[in-house]
Design a protein around this ligand. Structure first.
Ligand code: BGC
Length: 853
């Protein structure tokens, strides 16, 4: 089902609605992702899909024998190495510090030898194979029946879990049972530093001269693919400690990153249970620590190894101290017992699903995919505290482990309405970056704060400013997420005590970046920025940016005025922290009022930017599939010259600020932009689905939704091997809840916030059930073809919402059912390709496929 080129195919030829997975290999199971056959050709994708993680630690789904891997990856959120970015041509203010997530020592390795024959899944004679990730237990399990080259049948059951309740722990098991003959077994359990293993000679722990290179490693196959991480030509992890205890089987490794100075300790404990005779030896060196068991195994007598692993990381703490922390984590875990870890994980997940599950009754294949997506976004974010949420979570090194606006616009809505404490942590992380964001604003000659477009450590890491730093909208995205969080939770205390600074500093940035074009201060413009669509860069008055900046300015002014009125002490503290002056909020309100919102009366649409309509169109319909995605096949300059979109831009603004546009404007804009949107970014389909549903293209909405839902499961962008697409997994929730479920939170800038429901149930579905927590009350929302039911599942306070304009109050024990006459407007087909239409000046917008032929 993949588009052969690696791109998703032209957006307006969205994929069919069928389930794209081979169900003989991936059977439908509503609560598990199950694979019944190992296939080397897509092992990288499977490693990403079968990742277990908790937002801090992530273990890719590699085979524990580790020989067949695409990338034997283990990632810790934010654990990174830095390197000097060297620009071929320097300029003032360019990003200086490259940041790349490190593949931390691999604790997954458990090798098995039967009569000295190694188990290697890709070549083994496997009579049975199953790998499954269980969304309710949080356990990844693998079950094999292997016939050894010597003809012995061996059952191997193994499992992995990264507890959501214990962020520094991983629990691994490996159980071997001979079915018919005795044999000598060896099991080698290891901790391996893989980050540096591609270096040829034993490297010096060198000065950090080495830059990341395309060395056939992480970004080896296609050095021009900006979506991959860099590989290093020098050692990254400088060894500090290693050890192996011959009595207990406890092994350890400790390192410091050469340039960023981060430190890491990892310790593994082993327990072998068997009635067969066995012995143990241990070994450790700089990049390897291992325990080897030799067992004279008898048929029918299981050999069970439990491996408990702990990681601790820091910026300044010496590795020795981190090792102590790991040992304490392990000692405590042993005392509590491993069974307790499984029980706690199950309980954690039961609570998660109670809060966050989205059900599509009667659609088991979709249900499975929905739950995989929700589980994936959970694994990327649950315990990210103190860090951001990376574009790939902790499932891979794609995009270098960086945090983008993906967090605020694609992941935070899910967190805010289902796990608000995790949303608060994500906002607190941004708050912690304010000092460097202020510095960065100064560097770019601006007041206020400018958050980095991509970063791990708070410094801008985007070497390509046109599609990076120029995306000033990151400031408004963060403000938007903050506003949404406060609106949904009522957590005014957090706002007053610290988060309001984010509003102040981002509003300052906009007020300073924009300018009044005329003396009479009628229109306020923002020039030289890039919107979300990265196929058009550094433009004047990008619609998305201006609409979101307007929101940001208004929301900030309201927050400050309210604080001054309601909490003078907190207001005084804010003034002390930020130097706020009394007239600033008035100025912000004025800038918002005058904000230029480009609109073309003749075409009746919002141009994406001031000059967008002057461009000719890229003829997507006639672009060969092998030329997709455009970013891997055309120089940026070629792309920038045309009306062609990588991802939703105006259409995204229509969703996030829906109350600012009429239904007619939304339809006209959607009609214009949808056919010229390539969807080359996975951030696009979810938003196109939502707006297609709202304006009435029901089939198209479902097709976009399906393509988003299976972005990773079906590897639709041919790069899931580098990690899952976290924004799309979070966006899948938004597409369900806001697209088909019709949920909106509006009015927060003006101070009259409302929660609204205007559903769009696909005619193929009998119902849709989702949950949102509003000011502590968890509402279960059931959309049926003819009614919407609201039920308080948890909480004591009543909630008032609006269903298609009618106020409805729902309280515990008093559900509400509202009749629905329809599921919104229904439009046939999809918007036509807009080339050939006339501009206001009478010229025709032509469409071509650029080529040198
Ligand atoms: C998208 C960005 C996104 C980044 C990380 C890019 O392809 O264009 O909007 O933030 O990926 O997911």
């Amino acid at each position: 089902m993949n588009a052969p080129d690696g791109g998703p195919g032209p957006s307006h030829v969205a994929p069919p609605v069928e389930d794209p997975l081979d169900r003989t290999r991936f059977p439908v199971d509503e609560w598990r992702l199950v694979e019944t056959r190992f296939d080397m050709s897509d092992r990288g994708t499977m490693e990403s899909l079968f990742t277990v993680g908790n937002g801090y630690l992530g273990l890719r789904g590699n085979n524990s024998e580790s020989r067949d891997a695409h990338v034997d990856g283990t990632y810790i959120n934010g654990f990174h190495e830095t390197w000097p970015i060297s620009h071929a041509e320097e300029a003032y203010g360019f990003a200086r510090v490259g940041q790349t997530i490190v593949n931390v020592p691999d604790p997954k390795v458990i090798r098995l030898y039967v009569d000295d024959e190694p188990l290697q899944v890709s070549v083994a004679d496997l009579l049975e194979y199953e790998r499954a990730l269980d969304f309710r237990t949080g356990v990844l399990s693998r079950d094999l029946l292997w016939r050894t080259p010597g003809g012995k049948r061996v059952r191997i059951r193994s499992s992995r879990m990264v507890p959501l309740g214990q962020r520094h722990l991983a629990v691994l098991t490996f159980e071997v049972t001979l079915l018919d003959h005795p044999a000598s077994l060896s099991i080698s359990s290891q901790l391996v530093n893989r980050q540096d293993e591609h270096l040829e000679s034993p490297p010096g722990v060198g000065p950090s001269a080495g830059l990341p290179v395309d060395n056939g490693g992480v970004n080896g196959k296609n050095g021009a693919d900006p979506r991959k991480a860099e590989a290093f030509e020098r050692r990254v992890l400088a060894p500090r400690i290693h050890g192996a205890d011959p009595e207990t089987g406890r092994i350890k490794l400790g390192y410091r990153t050469v340039d960023s100075g981060m430190t890491i300790g990892v310790v593994a404990d082993h327990t072998l249970e068997t009635a067969s005779n066995h012995s143990m030896t241990v070994h450790s060196e700089d990049d390897l620590a291992k325990v080897i068991y030799r067992i004279a195994a008898e048929p029918g007598i299981p050999v069970r190894l439990t491996k408990l692993v702990s990681f601790h990381t820091a910026t300044k703490v010496p590795p020795r101290e981190l090792i102590d922390r790991c040992e304490r984590t392990l000692d405590r875990t042993r005392e509590e017992g491993v069974a307790q870890q499984y029980a706690a994980q199950k309980a954690w997940l039961a609570e998660f699903w109670a809060r966050a599950d989205v059900e599509i009754p009667g659609q088991p294949a979709l249900q499975q995919a929905v739950r995989w997506n929700l589980f994936a976004v959970l694994q990327a974010s649950a315990r990210a505290e103190g860090q951001g949420i990376a574009a790939k979570g902790v499932s891979g090194s794609g995009y270098g482990g960086h945090y983008f606006w993906d967090t605020e616009i694609y992941v935070m809505p899910f967190l805010t309405y289902t796990m608000p404490w995790a949303a608060r942590n994500a906002l607190r992380f941004r708050y912690s970056l304010l000092a460097s964001a202020r510095e960065r604003a100064r560097e770019l000659s601006q007041k206020g704060a400018l958050f980095p477009w991509r970063t791990i450590n708070g410094h801008e890491a985007s070497a390509y400013y046109a599609a990076g730093t120029a995306q000033y909208h990151i400031d408004a995205d963060i403000a938007y997420a903050l506003s949404q969080y406060v609106g949904a939770t009522g957590d005014e205390e957090f706002l007053a005590r610290e988060a309001v600074d984010i509003f102040v500093e981002t509003a300052r940035l906009w007020a300073d970046l924009g300018f009044w074009r005329d003396e009479s201060r009628r229109t306020f413009h923002i020039h030289g920025v890039t919107g979300p669509d990265e196929y058009t860069t550094v433009v004047n008055d990008n619609l998305y940016t201006n609409v979101l900046a307007r929101f940001n300015l208004r929301r900030a002014a309201r927050a400050v005025w309210e604080l001054q009125r309601d909490d003078p002490k907190a207001y005084d503290a804010l003034v002390r922290r930020t130097g706020l002056t009394a007239d600033e909020p008035d100025e912000w309100a004025e800038c918002a009022q005058g904000m230029s919102i480009p609109y073309d009366e003749f075409l009746g649409i919002h141009p994406q930017d001031a000059h967008f309509l002057e461009r000719e169109m890229w003829d997507l319909e006639n672009t060969p599939l092998e030329k997709r995605p455009l970013l891997l096949n055309y120089h940026p300059l070629v792309i920038y010259r045309f009306q062609v979109l990588k991802q939703a831009d105006v259409v995204l603004a229509l969703f996030l600020q829906g109350e600012e546009f009429t239904a007619e404007q939304k339809k006209a804009d959607f009609d214009y932009y949808d056919p010229i949107t390539t969807g080359d970014s996975t951030l696009s389909a979810v938003m196109q689905s939502i707006m297609a549903a709202e304006v009435g293209y029901a089939d198209l909405a479902l097709r976009y939704f399906m393509s988003a839902l299976f972005v990773d499961l079906d590897d639709r962008h041919n790069n899931t091997a580098e990690g899952i697409h976290v924004a799309s997994t979070g966006g899948a929730w938004t597409a369900l809840v806001c697209g088909f479920g019709g949920f909106r939170d509006i009015g927060s800038a003006a101070g009259d916030q409302q929660w609204q429901f205007d559903p769009r149930l696909p005619s193929e579905w009998s119902s849709l059930v989702y949950r949102v927590t509003l000011h502590g009350t968890r509402l279960r929302v059931t959309v049926r073809p003819d009614e919407l039911e609201l039920y308080v599942e948890h909480g004591v306070r009543p909630v008032t919402v609006s269903v298609r304009g009618t106020a409805v109050t729902v309280a515990p024990g008093a559900p509400a059912v509202v009749a629905l006459k329809h599921q919104g407007p229904r439009l046939e087909g999809e918007p036509p390709y807009p080339a050939g239409i006339q501009r206001a000046d009478g010229t025709v917008i032509s469409a071509i496929v650029p080529s040198g032929d």
